[in-house]
Design a protein around this ligand. Structure first.
Ligand SMILES: Cc1cc2nc3c(=O)[nH]c(=O)nc-3n(C[C@H](O)[C@H](O)[C@H](O)COP(=O)(O)OP(=O)(O)OC[C@H]3O[C@@H](n4cnc5c(N)ncnc54)[C@H](O)[C@@H]3O)c2cc1C
Length: 303
């Protein structure tokens, strides 16, 4: 680790040791990561990935932390965060290039301002390009796969470009090659009407504030919707609204959201997830799969 810190100093890269992941994840839980590294720019990002892959250390890349829960015992290894890789370039013919840490909401705003349409689906999704592509984030009848054309990835020391078809997106899932890191992406949007786009965004946001616990720390949907029934409806029917352990509980507003009342631990959330899975299967024969990514050990993420 010491050698790495020297390399990071030489690169002028910001890092924080023993960083509380509570400060980073949107559900505000999780222990300390040994090291949180925040590359300053694209070239620095690639350099750091190359350096880390040559060392015997575990590492993971995170975007906004809005779909991630970290163990209370923290993470042994390095968390690379892309928050400074935010460049968004709007080019001719509706082409948009965005770095992995660009925030989906900013792309939405900038593209509407530029008279483009197609990104409205992302209204209210608080993630980044990297996390959005990894998860194939979607809402309001659209998904990132509908607008992405190409994705640049870093894999084993090399940069490659993949077309949308090569990624074979599925519901809340990409099939990026294992170990790849999204570095930037190209989107293709259409000419639109600013007023109409803004109206759609307003409607989507109004709907969210009526149906989701937007005032409390949460991590979006906990479970993917199984084919049989929306997860929220199922959990509501099973009586999960308001059911809690410690400082965490299933929201009274939307049963597929777990909220943190301020003093939750990851262990509380994981227990709630297990109980919900068990009850859904025992009482309704439905297998719930988590949408949220759970990191206990870097490199062995679960969902
Ligand atoms: C209030 C709220 C509402 C939400 N609503 C929605 C919704 O409507 N629809 C929806 O789909 N999701 C929703 N989410 C979940 C979340 O915002 C999305 O999944 C989002 O795409 C996650 O992006 P992120 O950058 O925060 O990812 P993170 O949580 O940082 O990471 C998620 C996963 O992506 C991987 N990852 C991140 N960056 C990269 C990269 N550069 N290269 C490779 N892998 C990477 C991480 O390792 C991790 O496994 C919501 C969350 C919240 C808190």
């Amino acid at each position: 680790m010491k050698g790495l810190l020297t390399e990071l100093d030489n690169l002028g890269c910001e890092y924080i040791e023993n960083y509380s992941m509570k400060r980073f994840t949107s559900l505000r839980v999780g222990g300390e990561a040994d090291l949180l590294v925040s590359p300053q720019n694209y070239t620095g990002f690639l350099r750091i990935l190359n350096i880390l892959s040559s060392l015997d250390l575990r590492w993971v890349v995170l975007g906004g932390g809005s779909n991630t829960i970290v163990a209370d015992s923290g993470l042994r290894g390095v968390v690379i965060v892309t928050k400074k890789l935010r460049n968004i370039e709007i080019m001719k013919d509706g082409i948009v290039l965005a770095e992995s840490g660009a925030v989906l909401g900013t792309i939405l705003k900038n593209t509407i301002d530029a008279g483009l349409t197609g990104f409205e689906f992302a209204a209210g999704i608080p993630g980044t390009v990297g996390g959005g592509i990894f998860m194939n984030a979607g809402a309001n009848g659209g998904e990132i796969k509908d607008v992405v054309e190409r994705v640049w990835i870093w894999l084993d020391g090399k940069e490659e470009v993949l077309s949308r078809d090569e990624i074979q997106f599925e519901y809340r899932k990409s099939n990026l090659p294992k170990g790849s890191v999204v570095t930037k992406a190209m989107f293709k949007l259409r000419s639109g009407n600013r007023k109409e786009s803004k109206r759609s965004v307003r409607d989507y946001m109004d709907k969210r504030s009526e149906t989701q616990p937007i005032k409390m720390s949460n991590t979006g949907s906990i479970f993917k919707n199984p084919p049989e029934i929306p997860a929220g409806k199922l959990l509501d029917e099973l009586g999960f609204k308001g059911v809690g352990i410690g400082g965490a509980r299933f929201s009274e507003i939307h049963a597929n959201f777990i909220v943190n009342s301020g003093h939750a631990y990851t262990s509380d959330i994981l227990k709630l997830i297990e109980i919900a899975k068990e009850q859904a299967f025992l009482r309704r024969g439905v297998k719930l799969e988590t949408e949220v990514r759970i990191i206990r050990i870097i490199g062995e993420e679960l969902n």
